[in-house]
Write a new protein. Structure first.
Length: 332
């Protein structure tokens, strides 16, 4: 994108303007478009901007999609505004989360109708979207080479109540029309998924043929449906029909942490039963009077889904920071 655009077209709203102080009236709101180790780029009403970073700025504290206030004469970053939504993931072996995108309205979770389709991985993405405040949408690709694409749709729809699942061919312009309900002026979507499932192709289709720098795309290995990483950094692209899309690098390992609410939304049919357990601290494994185990026994709950819920709950607890209370007492 090289032309001018309004702040509203970039996604600016009262949520952000209400954070601006009177003494900041001379500063200019801009939206972070690229984040690298030592530099960041933004979009203003006049077009792309290369930000001047104050000494000791940690670019890891910023995400593509963030709104910042900038000194217009020098292009110097002043401060970041609070986020309306934020997507962050845990990296295996790292105690701190990695920012993926900010101020996102919808998260397109892209997976193929082949060996890449993995319920456990999809549930992790859904928990991430739920926790971060973005609406999750599962986007199924490569349906044309699947024996039963509708089976993949049914399995995906069963993962969460009222979950939107769309089958698209990311290479054709019709894909943009199918995903238009989540796009539009001032709206932002992010795209996540494994390498080789068509993420970058979908971003290129949404951005249209007139974009400045199309995302590189790559193929997949036929024997395991895994692809090569073609996107190596996050970036903000204009959608041809209005709005913005954030592409992200392919992710194979996604750890959960600080995502209890996201898991509760994902597994609502299970978590709604837990207050009926006899014991308040029920582990839902062996205790008598467990409402979850009773629902499994009478066929109301899928035991495999309950097992995945237990696994993700344990992982989330292990990756969630423990606060220290009075006198050194620890509490979650």
């Amino acid at each position: 994108m090289t032309g001018a655009v309004t702040l509203a077209g970039l996604g600016w709203s009262d949520f952000f303007s209400d954070q601006c102080r009177p003494d900041e009236a001379a500063l200019e709101p801009q939206r972070i478009a690229t984040v690298h180790r030592a530099r960041m780029g933004a979009l203003s009403e006049a077009g792309p901007v290369k930000l001047v970073l104050p000494v000791h700025t940690n670019t890891g504290d910023y995400a593509v999609g963030d709104w910042v206030l900038v000194e217009p004469e020098t292009g110097t970053l002043h401060r970041r505004l609070d986020r309306r939504t934020v997507l962050e993931r845990r990296r295996e072996g790292s105690p701190t989360p990695q920012l993926a995108a900010a101020n996102v309205d919808a998260l397109f979770i892209v997976t193929s109708c082949n060996a890449d389709f993995n319920l456990t991985r999809l549930e992790r993405y859904l928990a991430l979207a739920n926790q971060g405040g973005a609406e999750p949408v599962i986007v199924l690709t490569k349906a044309d080479v699947a024996e039963d694409a509708e089976r993949y749709r049914r399995e995906a729809e069963a993962l969460q109540r009222a979950l939107s699942v769309v089958i698209v061919n990311p290479r054709v312009p019709e894909a943009a029309a199918q995903l238009a309900p989540w796009c539009g002026p001032g709206r932002t979507v992010a795209v996540v998924g494994s390498s080789g499932v068509g993420k970058s192709t979908l971003v290129n289709t949404l951005a249209g043929p007139d974009q400045d720098a199309p995302q590189a795309t790559g193929g997949i290995r036929e024997h395991d449906a895994k692809g090569r990483h073609t996107t190596t950094s996050r970036s903000l692209h204009a959608i041809a029909g209005g709005g913005w899309v954030i592409d992200t690098p392919g992710i194979r390992s996604l750890q959960l942490g600080d995502a209890a609410q996201g898991l509760d939304t994902l597994f609502a049919e299970i978590t709604e039963l837990t207050p009926a357990c006899r014991f308040r601290d029920c582990t839902h494994v062996h205790e008598p009077g467990c409402a979850v185990r009773a629902a499994v026994a009478d066929g109301r709950l899928d035991p495999e889904r309950v097992a995945r819920w237990q696994t993700l709950r344990a992982e989330n607890r292990g990756n969630t920071a423990i606060a220290t209370g009075p006198r050194g007492n620890k509490k979650r």
